[in-house]
Design a protein around this ligand. Sequence first.
Ligand code: GLU
Length: 299
Amino acid sequence: MKKLSMAVASVAIGMLALSGCGQGGTPDAPAEGDGAQSEAPEYTVNEEADFADSKTWKAAKDAGELNIGVKFDQPGLGNVSAGSEDPEGFDIEIAKMVAAELGFSADQIKYTETVSANREPFLQQGNVDMVIATYTINDERKKVVDFAGPYYVAGQDLLVAEDSDIAGPEDLAGKKVCSVDGSTPAQNIKDKYKDAELVTYDAYSKCVTDLQSGSVDAVTTDDAILRGYAQQYEGEFKVVGKPFTEEPYGVGLPKDDQDLRDAVNDALQKGMDDGDWDKAFEYTLGSTDDVDKPEIDRY
Ligand code: GLU
């Protein structure tokens, strides 16, 4: 059943990807009215929202703008397509859903590009109010930032050429595998698959370019991210499809703003309960039939 759901999700992403590929292989994310499988969800703005005890919320409210760090090069999750200014994807929908519950309309969100390695520093330095960027919750990161969520659980996987024999991380010995600095998949390769030759960049799209030119044998990161690239390069690449870690995605928050963390956890829980989360997922990643919504961890 799991396989089926991934196939369905892939087809859905494929339909979205059919909206076109920009120059240089930059994917177009779902555009309204061109055959995407569902309408762009609208999230009701909570006009009553008052979280003035949160320093971050108060400052954002006073500024009239919530600044959210997101990815710009991950189709289906957080992606700016050629010719467009606004990022699109599941993380972007989660951003809109959470922002609405916190009293910010979609046009009051400012999106700032974050790459994997600058998410903690951006939160620590106050460059962004929150990060929604395929951001795995873990203890190391919790030392310097806080998390609400999780709102989704991905797993580390491999993207390889369609005709590759690589069937899992144990086949990476002596092979070049590409990932991103400051990411959990890169760390996992360093810790557990020492015979693999790890190549890193700041963003996954650069790994994908290397895979296309044949200068690396595999790209590793979360399956949810890799599926987006596999659709972008249909017939060229495949996702191995045997996830070997759990990557619970959280909303990254500045440390020790408990009121903000409670507010975001409540917003995520509300979205999972009232159907908005499902709409967000279906609009961007596909069918939710076999997708389990995670339990919020109010640690
Ligand atoms: N979820 C993993 C992480 O947070 C990999 C994806 C990413 O680098 O954004 O490190």
